[in-house]
Design a binder for this molecule. Structure first.
Ligand code: NAD
Length: 478
C-alpha cells in the first residue's frame, strides 16, 4: 500500500492539510495499527474542483467506454481481493472467512456493468423525448461496516452514469478505501473522476455536503448523521440519497419451517457481529411456538464461533471499536433493566476473550414492542424475540418502529407470504431467507432513508431527467 494516508485528488496522491489525526486500532487486539491525518475543507474544495473539471469529458464518454472501464475495475479488484479482505479484517475485525466483504464489492461493479449495458438513457413519452444525463459531481460518504461494498456500489453506479465524485470514507476504515482507490486508478479511471479525501463527518463530510459545486450526495450511515447531512445540503438544493439505519423484523408465520427460520435468523443477525443495516434483529414468533423457537435459536447460537478474525474457523469477530462495544453493552443492560428475559449471551466479553472488542451473541425473549431493544438500532449481535397472536398484530409490531429497511417472512404458504410481504413498510423484503440480489433496489422507508441503490433504480440516483419537447424524435429511442 503506497501513499497510505494521502488524499487522492485529480489523479495524484497529495498530503492532507487537516489538523486532526486519527489513531487506527485493531479491534481484535486493541493495539494501534497506524495513524491518519484528516483532510481539510481546502482539500475538499480542491477535490471538488478536480471532479468538476473532469465532469464534461467523462459525462460525454460513450457507454461502451464506461462498460470497458467497469470490466477493468472488476479484473483489477479480483487481482487484489485478498489484500482488500486482509485490510478489512485488520481495521474493522471482519473474519477472514467472510469473503462476502469483498465479493459483494466486486458484485457491485459487475451489477453496475449489467445495469449500464441494458439501460436506455432516452425514451419517448407521447410526443416528447425524455433523456437522462449524468447529474454532475457526487459526494459519496460511507460507513465502516461493509467498507468495500458500500463505497464500491456508490462509485460503480456513479461511474456508470458518467458522473465524477469525491469520496469521504469512514474514518474507521481508511485502509480499505485507500486500496479501492488504488484499484480504480490502476484500472484507468481518468484523473479527477474519482477523488478521495479522508476525514471526519463534521469537518470533511460537512464541507462536501455544503459545497456549491457538488450536485448530489449519496450517504450511507446512521439516521443521526443523515439528518445533519440533509440539513447541510439543503442550502444548495442538492439531491440527497440517504441509506440509513434499520430495525428489521422477521415474521415467522405459524406454518413456517421453524428450524430453518431460527437457523437463518441467527446466522443473518449475527453475521458481521450484528453490524449490518439489514440484520433481522427482531424475530416475531407466534405465541404458541415461542418455547420451541427459543430451543432452536439456542442450538443455532451454540454453533457461533466467536474469536480471532484471523482464524478461518471464526464466524464472529469483535465489534469495530470501543465506542461500539460500550454501545452494545449499554443496550444489553437496558434490555435487562426493562424486563426482557435473557436466553443466551449477556453483558461482558465471551469467556477466554479478555482483550479485543468481543461481545457475547445475545438473545432476549419476552420482549414487548415498546421496549428500547425492540425500537432502537443496536448494531451488535442482539436478537429480540417478540410473541404475536395474529397476523395483523405481527404486522403492526413489524411496522411499529421509526425504521423501514429490511423485512423477512417465513412461511410454507407462498400466497400468504406474499400478502404479508406486501404489507411490510420496508424497502427490501425477503421470503424464507432467499439470498440477496445485487440488481434489486436497496433502500429504506421512513427513517431508514430516502434513496435507492443497485440496479436501474440505483443508477437513476446519479441521473438528471430532461424533457425535450418539440424536438424530432430519434428512431432508436425506447
Ligand atoms: P455514521 O453515521 O456515524 O458515519 C457514517 C459516515 O458519515 C462516516 O463517514 C462519517 O464520518 C460521516 N458523517 C458523520 N456525521 C456526518 C456529518 N454531520 N456530515 C457528513 N458526514 C458525516 O455511521 P457509522 O457508524 O459509520 O455506520 C453505521 C450506520 O450505518 C448504522 O446506522 C447502519 O444501519 C447504517 N448503514 C446503513 C446501510 C444502508 O444501506 N441503509 C448500510 C450500511 C450501514
Amino acid at each position: 500500500m503506497n501513499h497510505f494516508g494521502k488524499s487522492f485528488i485529480g489523479g495524484r496522491w497529495v498530503e492532507p492539510r487537516g489538523s486532526q489525526v486519527f489513531e487506527l486500532v485493531n479491534p481484535a487486539t486493541e493495539q494501534p495499527i497506524t495513524s491518519l491525518r484528516a483532510g481539510s475543507v481546502e482539500d475538499v474544495d480542491a477535490a471538488v474542483k478536480a471532479a468538476r473539471a473532469a465532469f464534461p469529458a467523462f459525462a460525454d464518454t460513450p457507454v461502451a467506454q464506461r462498460l470497458a472501464l467497469l470490466e477493468r475495475i472488476v479484473e483489477c479488484f479480483q487481482a487484489r481481493e485478498a489484500e482488500v479482505l486482509a485490510a478489512i479484517t485488520r481495521e474493522m475485525g471482519a473474519p477472514c472467512s467472510n469473503k462476502g466483504m469483498t465479493g459483494a464489492a466486486i458484485d457491485g461493479f459487475k451489477a453496475a456493468h449489467a445495469t449500464l449495458r441494458d439501460y436506455r438513457f432516452e425514451h419517448v413519452l407521447g410526443p416528447n423525448l425524455v433523456r437522462r444525463e449524468a447529474i454532475g459531481v457526487c459526494g459519496l460518504i460511507t460507513a465502516w461496516n461493509w467498507p468495500a461494498q458500500l463505497l464500491a456500489t456508490k462509485a460503480a453506479y456513479a461511474l456508470a452514469a458518467g458522473c465524477t465524485m469525491v469520496l469521504k470514507p469512514s474514518e474507521f476504515t481508511p485502509m480499505t478505501a485507500h486500496l479501492v482507490t488504488e484499484i480504480l486508478d490502476e484500472a484507468g479511471v481518468p484523473p479527477g473522476v474519482f477523488n478521495l479525501v479522508h476525514g471526519d463527518g463534521p469537518t470533511v463530510g460537512n464541507a462536501i455536503c455544503r459545497h456549491p459545486e457538488v450536485d448530489c450526495i449519496s450517504f450511507t450511515g446512521s439516521t443521526r448523521a443523515g439528518v445533519q447531512i440533509g440539513e447541510a445540503a439543503a442550502a444548495t438544493i442538492k439531491r440527497v440519497a440517504l441509506e440509513l439505519g434499520g430495525k428489521s423484523a422477521n415474521i415467522v408465520l405459524p406454518d413456517a419451517d421453524l428450524a430453518l427460520a431460527a437457523e437463518w435468523n441467527v446466522t443473518r443477525a449475527f453475521s458481521n457481529t450484528g453490524q449490518s443495516c439489514h440484520a433481522p434483529t427482531r424475530m416475531l414468533v407466534h405465541e404458541s411456538q415461542v418455547d420451541e423457537v427459543l430451543r432452536l435459536i439456542s442450538a443455532a447460537v451454540s454453533r457461533v464461533r466467536v474469536g480471532d478474525p484471523l482464524d478461518p474457523a471464526t464466524t464472529m469477530g469483535p465489534l469495530v471499536n470501543q465506542a461500539q462495544f460500550e454501545r452494545v453493552q449499554r443496550y444489553i443492560r437496558i434490555g435487562l433493566d426493562e424486563g426482557a428475559r435473557l436466553v443466551c449471551g449477556g453483558l461482558g466479553r465471551p469467556e477466554g476473550l479478555a482483550t479485543g472488542y468481543y461481545v457475547r451473541p445475545t438473545v432476549f425473549a419476552d420482549v414487548t414492542p415498546a421496549m428500547t431493544i425492540a425500537q432502537e438500532e443496536i448494531f451488535g449481535p442482539v436478537i429480540a424475540v417478540l410473541a404475536y397472536r395474529t397476523e395483523d398484530e405481527a404486522l403492526a409490531i413489524a411496522n411499529g418502529t421509526p425504521y423501514g429497511l429490511g423485512g423477512y417472512v417465513f412461511t410454507r404458504d407462498a400466497a400468504r407470504g406474499t400478502a404479508v410481504g406486501r404489507r411490510l413498510r420496508a424497502g427490501r423484503v425477503f421470503l424464507n431467507g432467499v439470498p440477496s440480489n445485487p440488481m434489486a433496489p436497496m433502500g429504506g422507508y421512513k427513517r431508514s432513508g430516502n434513496g435507492r441503490e443497485m440496479g436501474p433504480f440505483g443508477l437513476e440516483e446519479y441521473l438528471e431527467v430532461k424533457a425535450m419537447i418539440g424536438f424530432p424524435l430519434p428512431t432508436d429511442a425506447g
